[in-house]
Structure formats: C-alpha cells, structure tokens
Design a protein around this ligand. Structure first.
Ligand code: 8YV
Length: 324
C-alpha cells in the first residue's frame, strides 16, 4: 500500500476538519497553535508532501526555496494569499490554492458589523455601560450617524464587496458606489443598486462610508494614504475588512486625530497582531481581531475546501482553487 500523503497543518483547525484531514492524509497538526517559524515552515516543506498554512505563516521565497523540498503544493486556509510569495511558488513549480466563496457572507457581515458599530458608537457605548459610567437616558446622549439611506463607497467590487452591497442596499437602503478595474456586467451592478465610478478618488469624495475590498498586492499597498484619506468627507467613516497593508496606518491615525474623517472600523492591521498604539485610545474607532471569516460554519467550510484542493491534487486531478 502506498503511504498516504503527509500534510503539515500549521494551526489548529475546526475539529471536523482535523478529523477529515486525519481520515484522508497522514496529517500533522501544529498542536501548540502558535505561528511556525521560518525554520519550521522549511522543515515542513522538506518532510511533508503538502503545507496547509494560514495568514499567520509567511511563506516567503526563502521558505519555498528550501533545499531538499518535498512538498509540491501549498493549500492556503484563506482566500487572501498575500502571506505566500506567489511569484516564487510559480517559478519553483509549486501549486498554490486558496479557499474562495465559502467566507464571502460572513466577511460581508463583519464589514457591516464594523460599519454599524462605528456609526452608532456601539463599542464606545458598550465600554460606557461596562465602566458603569451611564447615568441614564437623555436626548443628546451619544448621538451617532445614521446608516440607512447613506452612500457607501466600495473600493474593489469582487465577491465580498458585492455581498456587502447586497446587505447595504437591499437591507439598509444605501446608495452604493464602487471602483474596480474589473467591474461586473452592468446588470449585476444594477441588481445591487451599485454605480461604478471611474476612480477610487471619485468614490472617496462622494461616500459617507468607505469599505475596502481589494486584495493586498504591491499595487494596493497603502492605497489609503494621507492624500486619499484627505479626499474623504469629514463626516465619513473608513471600514477595512480586507488587509491591513491597504491602509497606511500612521496616516489613518493622523487623519483620525485631525478630524479629517469621522471614524474607522478595522478588522485587519498593518502589522498584525500589533496595532498602532494611538488607535487603542480612540473612541471613534472599532477594532476587531481579524474576525472576518470567524464563524464555526465558515472556518469549517474553509478547512474542508483546503482539504478538497489537496485531495484533488494528490488524485492527479485539476485543483478547484488554483492560484498558481
Ligand atoms: C482568514 C482571511 O481568517 O481568508 C482570508 O483571506 O483574511 C480570513 O478569512 C485568514 O486569512 C485565515 O488564514
């Protein structure tokens, strides 16, 4: 009997996925559940047939180029793959897959959560009650900004942005603007009440809420810099459930401090898990620990999808979610 493929899974994954991995493969799970070091990642690539990493694993060119590599596939647990050097994988002939689709709805829900929380001062209100600072109801207490009927600008209009548009337009009666170099067919945009704008800048000028939905690439790094933050309206809010690199966090802190924008809702950060200290003290900012896809249902579906890609690969069939 040929031995089963050995797969290194870099973090604990939902129990159902771990069971499935054990049933299909000679699976090794990092029980310590702390990010593997570059040396440990290289060892995994040398001793296993596949690596199943997450956003916390920096699968660099150096890691992929380890001498004596045995693994021929990296099955990423996540739709974003900026943790992997794709060019290096391509030149080394390593297959990389990701887990699209299954996390779309939950990530859109977290974008709406951030939007609602920051507009309606929910984090601040929660802290206020817990600190027993609440002295009672009054007509002028903690007034926020209305969400319903406002204009939402989406930077990027892929799967997650469209799911946000669906919720915001059909649920909250919001007007939707978007900028994307690869727009969907006009009828798709129309069904979501979404109007295309020619540039990111045009969206920023018009929107009451700006939500980021582009991938992290060299081109989108610090897309939201000081100059673009200045284009936003003073009453507008920035929402980021995409990747921390898309926002210049120092410029965001300055914009929030100067009142250039009204607030921000952030699920992702430039140097996770570190968060720029100034943000921690700001009441008009909602901070979440990268929870976009964090439901049991979605994390289980992500794990199963990553395993499915591995099964197809080892069966010699085309993988479902090939990145390279
Ligand atoms: C994941 C994400 O939690 O899929 C992504 O791109 O950002 C999150 O949903 C994380 O990347 C898991 O590796």
């Amino acid at each position: 009997m040929t031995p089963r493929p050995r797969v290194v899974i870099t973090r604990k994954i939902p129990a159902a996925c771990e069971a499935e991995a054990a049933a299909r493969f000679d699976a090794v799970v990092n029980r310590d559940d702390v990010p593997l070091t570059p040396e440990q990642l290289m060892e995994a690539l040398r001793t296993a047939d596949a690596l199943l990493p997450t956003v916390t694993d920096k699968v660099t060119a150096q890691v992929l180029g380890t001498a004596g590599r045995r693994a021929k596939i990296v099955s990423n647990f996540g739709v974003g793959f900026n943790n992997i050097d794709i060019a290096a994988a391509k030149s080394l002939g390593i297959t990389v897959t990701n887990t699209p689709d299954v996390l779309t709805d939950d990530t859109a829900d977290i974008a709406m959560t951030l939007l609602l929380m920051v507009a309606r001062r929910a984090g601040e209100g929660d802290r206020h009650v817990r600190q027993q600072a609440w002295t009672g109801w009054r007509p002028t207490h903690m007034l926020g900004a209305r969400v319903s009927g406002k204009t939402l600008g989406l930077i990027g209009f892929g799967r997650i942005a469209k799911a946000v548009a669906q919720r915001a337009h059909h649920g909250f009666g919001m007007r939707i603007l978007f900028a994307d170099p690869f727009p969907p067919p006009p009828e798709v945009a129309r069904s979501l009440g979404a109007e295309q704008r020619a540039s990111v800048e045009e969206v920023l000028r018009e929107a009451d809420f700006v939500s980021l939905h582009c991938p992290a690439t060299p081109e989108t790094r610090h897309l939201m810099n000081a100059e673009r933050l200045r284009l936003m309206q003073r009453h507008a809010f920035l929402i980021n459930s995409a990747r921390g690199d898309v926002v210049d966090e120092a410029a965001l802190v300055a914009a929030l401090g100067q009142g250039t924008i009204a607030g921000a809702g952030l699920d992702v950060f430039e140097r996770e898990p570190s968060v720029t200290a100034d943000l921690l003290g700001m009441e008009n900012v909602v901070l979440l620990p990268h929870l976009g896809s964090a439901t049991l249902e979605t994390r289980t579906a992500m794990g199963m999808r990553a395993l499915e890609n591995l099964s197809l690969f080892f069966a010699g069939q085309p993988v479902r979610d090939r990145v390279v």
